[in-house]
Design a protein around this ligand. Structure first.
Ligand SMILES: Cc1cc2nc3c(=O)[nH]c(=O)nc-3n(C[C@H](O)[C@H](O)[C@H](O)COP(=O)(O)OP(=O)(O)OC[C@H]3O[C@@H](n4cnc5c(N)ncnc54)[C@H](O)[C@@H]3O)c2cc1C
Length: 494
């Protein structure tokens, strides 16, 4: 920490901008690249101490260079009865991932990683060290217990922001559950997505299920030329056409896997309850019995059940708090790449209201994107209900030598298409759609930030006023999150 302070002092003296990374594995969001060319990368991966894992109070306190693999191993080696919540790739860090508002797979209270943090230590642009929450109370012993402390809580400024260098961070951990159960529900018609999402919101917000994993059995018709033809027409298939294809092929329109964590008997009771809920609310809903796993699962069970594609009736390592890198293999296949390699991957994750009708509208926007931009790309989506928000992931990939150009165009176009109100009923105040990305690579961060324009960009002005006050030399990650210090503001892209 003293060395980080020393670096900050030097950077101030010479006005050298720094760009801080923890493990720097932010792939899909720019990897370790800074927003401003010419920054010195401040790489914290060698600050890799696990300072505490507490299984009585269910938290961990770590330095930035600790990876998910490190933390998992530490817990396993000591047989501690707590779980981590990790993203798809396990080589990143709880600190870096949370500071980019990353997400995982288990219960709602843990899978929004920034929300699950409990206390930070931060080196500020002036070289001072600040602790948030109870960490500001010297000798309190309750730093990881209550993250707000007293008075205004500045922790939000350090997530997707550039107001400090985080040198320690606490995370709430889920107590190791006794068992895990996964079961599947499917619903017959396209518009059944509406009552389906409503029921899932209820189950999720009541704390009865983990992350719902969406899919569609209609993928089975990918090779069907007639179905492909209606998918390709402008506006896509009507609901009636879609339902006819489903009924003719004895398929359901949507499916979702429900994950339950806890004692085996409460998991099974909650599954029974969920089945009843869907049967009452969606005529024709089917339930597929899944599998109950006693925790801990064995290595063999993890190997067997990880046969992709995902989502499948088999669960996935991160759903068990087990970090892995299997996602890369799957991605190559999902992207339709002939040799299993992927050359480009950029996430586009607009936050959309957690309602079936909104998801269907959003699907149409993407379905209608001009083929000139999207035809070069296979894209795949995955829906996630993550805490308060529902968003869709689109992966663009391309095997052409000039892949980056169409990727860039498609991404820009995707971002911009969500801004003007093209969807009936979506616009409010100036006809702007209320959709916005939750996370973005540096190259698009200004475009995304500029969409958050309420009050003639009141939020941006507030951020920049703060930035100029606490970092007058603009040395900390200029441009991150769309926040530019006065010294470098001319570099803002929009
Ligand atoms: C196929 C694939 C699947 C993915 N799945 C997921 C997923 O399920 N969930 C998910 O969340 N992400 C996912 N990602 C995105 C990303 O790869 C992970 O989030 C990864 O963990 C981020 O890298 P990192 O942990 O090394 O963070 P870093 O790269 O270290 O940090 C991210 C950013 O946070 C800031 N930062 C980092 N450390 C500090 C610090 N100490 N102080 C101040 N600022 C700091 C920097 O701006 C940095 O660029 C996926 C990516 C791909 C390609």
């Amino acid at each position: 920490v003293e060395q980080v302070q020393g670096i900050v002092r030097i950077a101030n003296r010479y006005k050298i901008p720094l760009f801080t990374i923890s493990t720097g594995k932010n792939f899909a969001y720019g990897g370790p690249s800074p927003n401003l060319r010419g920054c010195v990368t401040l790489d914290l991966k060698r600050m890799n101490r696990i300072l505490e894992v507490n299984e009585d109070r269910n938290f961990a306190l770590v330095e930035p260079g600790v990876t998910y693999f490190d933390l998992y191993r530490y817990i396993q080696e000591r047989d501690l009865k707590v779980w981590i919540d990790c993203p798809d790739p396990g080589w990143g860090s709880p600190v870096g991932n949370a500071l980019d508002h990353g997400v995982g797979y288990t219960m709602q209270a843990f899978r929004d990683h920034f929300s699950a943090h409990c206390g930070m230590e931060v080196v500020l642009a002036n070289g001072e060290v600040l602790r948030t929450g109870m960490g500001a109370l010297p000798g309190a012993g309750s730093w990881q217990e209550y993250k707000h402390g007293f008075g205004p809580d500045p922790s939000g400024l350090f997530g997707q922001g550039n107001f400090g260098i985080v040198t320690k961070m606490g995370f709430r951990l889920m107590p190791q559950p006794e068992a895990y159960y996964i079961g599947k529900i499917s619903v017959p018609k396209r518009l059944d997505l509406i009552p389906m999402v409503k029921a899932l919101n209820y189950l999720s917000d009541s704390g009865l299920i983990g992350e719902p994993l969406f899919g569609t059995p209609m993928n089975a018709l990918r090779g069907n030329a007639d179905f492909r033809a209606v998918l390709a027409k402008p506006g896509g298939p009507t609901d009636t056409e879609f339902d006819r294809f489903a009924a003719d092929n004895n398929l359901h329109a949507w499916e979702v896997e429900l994950q339950f964590y806890g004692p085996e008997r409460t998991n099974l009771a909650n599954w029974e309850y969920a089945k009843d809920l869907f049967r009452q609310r969606v005529p024709g809903a089917r339930a597929y019995e899944g599998k109950s796993f006693r925790i801990p699962v064995s290595r063999e069970q993890l190997l067997v059940k990880n046969e992709m594609p995902y989502p499948s009736s088999a669960p996935y390592d991160p759903a068990f708090g087990v970090p892995n890198l299997k996602n890369w293999r799957y991605l190559g296949r999902a992207a339709g790449s002939p040799d299993g390699k992927l050359t480009g991957d950029a996430g586009f994750y607009p936050i959309i209201p957690r309602q079936g009708q909104e998801i269907l509208k959003f699907q149409r926007i993407f379905g209608d994107a001009p083929p000139g931009h999207l035809s070069a790309h296979e894209y795949r989506r995955r829906n996630r209900a993550d805490g308060r928000a529902h968003y869709t992931r689109v992966i663009f990939s391309n095997r052409l030598p000039d892949a980056r150009i169409p990727l860039h165009l498609a991404f820009r176009q995707g971002t911009q298409r969500t801004r003007p109100s093209r969807i009936a009923g979506h616009g409010r105040g100036g006809g702007r759609a209320r959709l916005g990305d939750y996370r973005s690579p540096p190259v698009y961060q200004d475009i995304v930030a500029s969409a958050y324009s309420f009050g003639e960009h009141a939020l941006r002005r507030f951020h920049e006023t703060l930035k100029d006050a606490v970092d007058p030399n603009g040395i900390l990650s200029p441009g991150r999150g769309g926040v530019w210090p006065a010294l470098h503001r001319k570099h803002r892209r929009v």
